[in-house]
Design a protein around this ligand. Structure first.
Ligand code: UCC
Ligand code: FAD
Length: 588
């Protein structure tokens, strides 16, 4: 009838529709739970300063850090083993953005803030809030920062003096030229979990009181750091070493000598990894590496445990912040992706998906912030005995639970972008790859579940007592709010079932406890996160969303250990049944 027909897919055109990409806003301004948490906990004189700093930093993350992190992903480190004249140099080449992230970390005091204690017991909350904003954009520079913070903690608790004074100052410096990062070399070929059984590195004392280390470190991340803490076995005057944990001692070593040469160590190769590709992770041969003994002989594991506490908290920060980031991007995208006649944000089933992710993230976030609060109090001498016990117990709980949550939530988050979530150049897939490591390094889920049991045994049950007291106190306050009656009821009931389970497991003995360790830890985690959500929702400044989040959290099974107990999956015969099932050898 004479209408002009256009042909949008003609040779010279590829169509007229292009989907707008999700945009990252200032992650502080977009994070209502973070702002609300700070308003609730910080005294007014601290709150103003902290809010201003986080607002500025959030903008910097958005304007500057995010692009640098992406560059690190796109330009992974490489190992230059020889120079042009054939000399072995073992130079780990990282992209310029990696160096810029280091400079920003120093300038922003991402480690220093925790040690300067400008805001007293609240300093850790500021530091951890900054890391929380930084982590999802920072191209895994959070990995060296975690270990640097952990090393600083060890050196501080050893009251660093002599050769240790300088490293402590460097690790906690805000001066870009002075700032050092640290590695944490614990894993050897025979064992990363079983460090006591796996460590073959030996340490020979020298006439000047220093040591020379000989060994092979199987995983060393951020290997271009300036220093490391590591474990080895001191060789006695008869040339013998002590087996097991009591033969392990802790050493500090500079990676390079005063002339800039490697300290008698060789980088054998860089690891080819699923994710964390931005971070160099190397295998190292220690061939007479000069080191300083910094623990009592045989107290290596106990002495490095301070580092483990800090790095495990960092792991939980990265887990929670990764979840938060995928939600920020996913909900933004939902406002601009138009399908079946409306935006994604108007499809109830899609919003339900995002809401479920949001509830998980809020639970993880509150647990991380609680750890930050407890750590700050412990370090400034203001923590009660109950709070010190809670810090010990909640650290492995947070690490093991949030690591798993992050993998699940980020995986779900990728699906929120449909096929685009699977496309490398959107930057989204690397989030999932990087999350996958959170449950492996710094102690796997099972190892941390066993660490939970260790904390109970070592404290003769006091950490558990602290847990029950704290949950009950918080629930009592939350129960004043009628809107929280259902979640508080569910939590109280679960706490009761947990108590009964503990009674049973004490009667059944250590094997039963070991087999239930993972479910037990999950139960502790879910009940505690639900309690934190309810407690926050009961605060007079809370919103209806806070109440709803607590309600939704408590709709899940809060105490899986008690329901699994009915299946006999922790009893004496369970091991045989499990083994038969796994190897399917029952017919033989
Ligand atoms: O993976 C690594 C770096 C990755 C890159 C950085 C990521 C940063 C975070 C993310 C940000 C993006 S470094 C490698 C990490 N490796 C581990 O986490 C090791 C996993 N394995 C364990 O945790 C094991 O449970 C071991 C190694 C601790 C077990 O050793 P033992 O020697 O068999 O254990 P014992 O005999 O039970 O403990 C020895 C002493 C005891 O103290 P005493 O002698 O006073 O009774 C324990 O109470 O150490 C104490 N101890 C602890 N204390 C053991 N664990 C702890 C703890 N968690 N807290 C306090
Ligand atoms: P294994 O101990 O062999 O564990 C294998 C499986 O057995 C796991 O599922 C574990 O949960 C399970 N398991 C082990 N023991 C028990 C038990 N008693 N009961 C039940 N289950 C058990 N290490 C460093 O020291 N420094 C680093 O910088 C570093 N960087 C790393 C970077 C990356 C990207 C990765 C992936 C690892 C890194 N690691 C580093 C090593 C890491 O800490 C170890 O891989 C981790 O602790 C697990 O040790 P493993 O590999 O020996 O596993």
């Amino acid at each position: 009838n004479g209408e002009t027909v256009s042909f949008p897919f003609s040779r010279s055109l590829i169509g007229t529709f292009f989907q707008d990409r999700p945009i990252l806003g200032n992650p502080f301004l977009e994070d209502v739970p973070l702002q609300s948490y700070l308003r609730r906990h910080l005294p007014p004189e601290v709150l103003n300063g902290v809010q201003a700093e986080l607002m500025n930093f959030g903008q910097r993350v958005c304007n500057e850090v995010d692009a640098l992190g992406r560059q690190c992903e796109e330009n992974p480190p490489r190992l230059q083993q020889y120079n042009s004249w054939g000399r072995r140099v073992d130079h780990i080449v990282t992209c310029p953005a990696w160096g810029q992230l280091k400079d920003i970390s120093a300038e922003e005091g991402l480690v220093a803030t925790g040690y300067e204690r400008r805001y007293g017991e609240w300093s850790r909350l500021l530091q951890i809030s900054k890391l929380y904003l930084f982590a999802p954009s920072a191209g895994l520079f959070t990995c060296p920062l975690a270990m640097t913070d952990g090393a600083a903690k060890v050196l501080e608790s050893l009251a660093a003096s002599g050769p240790l004074e300088k490293p402590f100052e460097r690790l906690t410096s805000r001066d870009q030229k002075q700032f050092w990062t640290s590695g944490q070399w614990m894993t050897e070929r025979k064992g990363g979990s079983d460090v006591a059984g796996g460590t073959e590195t030996v340490a020979k004392v020298q006439p000047d009181g220093t040591y020379r280390l000989y060994g092979y470190k199987w995983f060393t991340s951020s290997t271009n750091s300036e220093m490391a803490l590591t474990l080895g076995r001191v060789v006695d005057s008869q040339g013998l070493t002590t087996e097991g944990s009591k033969g392990l001692s802790l050493f500090y070593l500079p990676v390079r000598d005063e002339d800039g040469n490697l300290n008698n160590l060789e980088v054998q190769r860089l690891k080819d990894k699923l994710g964390t590709r931005q971070v160099p992770t190397a295998e190292l041969l220690l061939d007479g590496t000069k080191a300083y003994l910094i623990s009592k002989e045989g107290r290596g594991v106990a002495s490095i445990s301070d580092m483990l506490t800090i790095t495990r908290i960092h792991n939980a920060i990265c887990a929670a912040s990764g979840m938060r980031r995928i939600i920020h991007l996913g909900r933004e995208y939902a406002t601009k992706r138009f399908v079946f006649g409306k935006y994604l944000k108007d499809h109830p089933l899609h919003m339900q998906t995002l809401a479920r992710m949001e509830v998980e993230t809020r639970g993880a976030f509150l647990l991380v912030m609680e750890l930050a609060r407890l750590l700050g109090r412990e370090e400034t001498g203001s923590a009660t005995e109950l709070e010190r016990h809670l810090l010990r117990l909640l650290t492995p709980i947070a690490k093991l639970y949030t690591g798993k949550q992050a993998i699940a939530v980020i995986s779900e988050g990728l699906e929120c972008f449909g096929g685009q979530g699977y496309m490398e150049d959107t930057g989204l897939p690397s989030m999932l790859r990087d999350a996958q490591v959170l449950s492996i390094w710094e102690g796997t889920t099972n190892i941390l579940s066993l660490d939970v049991l260790r904390s109970l045994v070592k404290s003769q049950g006091q950490v558990l007592q602290a847990y029950f007291t704290d949950v009950k106190n918080k629930l009592e306050v939350a129960s004043q709010n009628p809107a929280l009656a259902v979640p508080v009821g569910a939590l109280s009931g679960s706490l009761q079932r947990l108590k009964q389970f503990i009674q049973i497991s004490m009667e059944r003995g250590p094997d039963f406890m070991e087999l239930s360790a993972r479910d037990f830890s999950y139960s502790l985690a879910r009940i505690y996160m639900g309690t934190l959500l309810s407690s926050h929702a009961a605060w007079e400044g809370s919103s209806s969303s806070d109440v709803y989040a607590a309600q939704r959290w408590c709709e899940q099974e809060l105490c899986p250990v008690s329901s699994n107990e009915k299946t006999r999956c922790y009893d004496k015969e369970a091991f045989t049944r499990d083994t038969t099932l796994v190897y399917d050898s029952s017919a033989q």
